[in-house]
Design a protein around this ligand. Sequence first.
Ligand SMILES: NC(=O)c1ccc[n+]([C@@H]2O[C@H](COP(=O)([O-])OP(=O)(O)OC[C@H]3O[C@@H](n4cnc5c(N)ncnc54)[C@H](O)[C@@H]3O)[C@@H](O)[C@H]2O)c1
Length: 343
Amino acid sequence: MSYFTQLLEGGYEAVHLLSDSRTGLKAIVGMHNTRLGPGLGGTRALSTYTSEEEAVADALRLARGMTYKAALAGLPHGGGKAVIMLPRGNFDRAKLFESFGRAVESLCGRYITTEDSGTSPDDMEHVRKHTKYVLGLKERSGDPSPVTAFGVARAMEATAKNIFGTADLKGLRVTVLGVGHVGMYLVKELHERGAKVWVSDINAASVEHAVKTYGATAVDSDTLHRMEADIFAPCALGGGLNDATLPLLKVKAVCGAANNQLLTMRHGEQLASRGILYVPDYAANAGGLINVAQEWAGYDREKAYARASNIFDTIDTLLRRAKESGQRPEQVADRMVEEKLAA
Ligand SMILES: NC(=O)c1ccc[n+]([C@@H]2O[C@H](COP(=O)([O-])OP(=O)(O)OC[C@H]3O[C@@H](n4cnc5c(N)ncnc54)[C@H](O)[C@@H]3O)[C@@H](O)[C@H]2O)c1
């Protein structure tokens, strides 16, 4: 498909190809919809893209996701996302990210960057040498994971209210797949709320930490998927709700931090047909974006948490609307965003 066809059909505003022959920089910035404010989204840096087309498609897909996440969270930001095709072999990483900083600056604030898969706070320190349009800096908002986890816990409370008539998570059975940055903080939030938690992760040390520190119970991934529980929280990779895992689930709801949990739309339909309530990932995991957006406004940790706490109301509204309309929660969430953008 031609680039213009992709942009027009997807409602995109622009795709920027940014390069620097001195450092080997090959970066793509996808801009989806900036009606609500400047595009805000992280930079993904990978050496595994097999073609420029694949990298552009990834930047565009991710930028669109950011429009939806920011709009539903009520943030004054639009959808933008950067992808860097890392050079193969040796390269000067500091110089590469400095040149990326110059490239971001050349967009004059239309796009604001931060970390994502494959980039770190250290990379952003190099970016910031040449642009003010960078967030998630070490001495400012820092690691977004605790705020993301807090937001997911608030989303679970709204889910519990919708299913059980009470937002109290005490005694609720929650299974958490992936206890990395966000998953571990989520286990902590759940422990503090008195939930019963089961965890699984390919990293044995993380599992041990969750067991020792927060009293979680360790199980293997297959057992976790098959367990009878109240809420399943995918906190590992995207695409975890698929043909292999979905038939195993015996939970009342899915609510977690991972991005793009549903492998396809069809898996959303299948969850609904099995009577499992799906809380849209981009609604539940917006805490990290809220945290960096607060940095742009002037970082204040209390304000970031207060705003992330509102994820409860967002989820409560969308689950109520889903019940009233007979639509699935992810369809209602998309419609809420589209109404906001149209207004
Ligand atoms: N960090 C944030 O603030 C944030 C914000 C929004 C969304 N997310 C999304 O949440 C998810 C987790 O992010 P993170 O920052 O915690 O990442 P992370 O890499 O720190 O944690 C992921 C964890 O999943 C585990 N894992 C990977 N594959 C697994 C498998 N097959 N089975 C079991 N465990 C497996 C890893 O060992 C790791 O502990 C990602 O999808 C990310 O995109 C993160």
